[in-house]
Design a protein around this ligand. Structure first.
Ligand code: HEC
Length: 195
């Protein structure tokens, strides 16, 4: 301190003011507070942090969408062919799957044996909306919402819808008890290969 003691700025009644530099710890707080203020402004008032996070989210979303697109490009949603649906009607594994799903989602309206309840009998050879396996597939996927048949395309995975169609086809002519009278136009059942 001695070296500064000559530089007296003011001397009022023996109280001297020296031109000494501020101590290091105080200057550290001073500059630290300024640096904190600048960062605070940038992050909270100007939202630099959020902006960089936002672009990161956007990039990730783009990447996720691209991977979903790539998945569908590699696995296009091709509806099954009539031959595949009919072949399923003679495949015990497919029929097992179809009957399991039918009991869960369809029996409440069409009856346990598809004999018809609120919904029409699915075992006869008359159909309101067409009886080809492809038309039955469409009826199940899109439903007939205005008439009380829900669309199942989103609720049931595609293979299971195919299994349902095969199962429904396998029930043609099963003549269950308490069957609801046939409705719609006649459609002779398509032949099941190997039956
Ligand atoms: C909430 C009741 C309800 C449920 C559940 C339901 N259906 Fe239906 N379904 C109906 C009604 C009602 C119709 C008749 C629609 C019409 O008259 O146009 C129908 C029509 C159909 C038809 C067309 C019949 C024809 O004669 O053209 C098929 C096929 C069918 N349902 C299959 C299914 C399958 C398979 C399931 C299970 C995944 C199912 N339904 C679940 C009520 C239901």
């Amino acid at each position: 301190m001695a070296e500064y003691e000559d530089k007296v700025l003011h001397d009022i009644d023996g109280i001297k003011e020296y031109d000494n530099p501020l101590p290091g710890w105080l200057m550290a707080i001073w500059w630290g507070a300024i640096a904190f203020g600048v960062l605070y402004l940038a992050f909270y008032a100007l939202r630099f942090g959020e902006r960089s996070m936002e672009s990161e989210y956007r990039a990730e979303t783009q990447k996720a969408l691209a991977s979903v697109q790539a998945h569908f490009d590699a696995n296009p949603l091709v509806p099954p062919t009539a031959a595949e649906l009919l072949a399923g009607a003679a495949d015990p594994v497919v029929l097992d799957r179809g009957s399991g799903r039918f009991a869960k989602s369809c029996a409440s309206c069409h009856g346990e044996k598809a004999q018809g309840l609120i919904g029409p009998n699915l075992t006869d050879d008359r159909w309101i909306h067409g009886g080809s396996v492809e038309q039955v597939f469409q009826s199940i996927v899109k439903g007939w919402p205005a008439k009380g048949m829900p669309p199942w395309g989103r609720a049931i995975p595609p293979e299971e819808i195919s299994a349902l169609v095969s199962y429904v086809r396998s029930l043609q002519g099963s003549a269950p008890a308490n069957a609801k009278p046939a409705e719609g136009d006649p459609f002779p059942p398509e032949p099941i290969p190997g039956r």
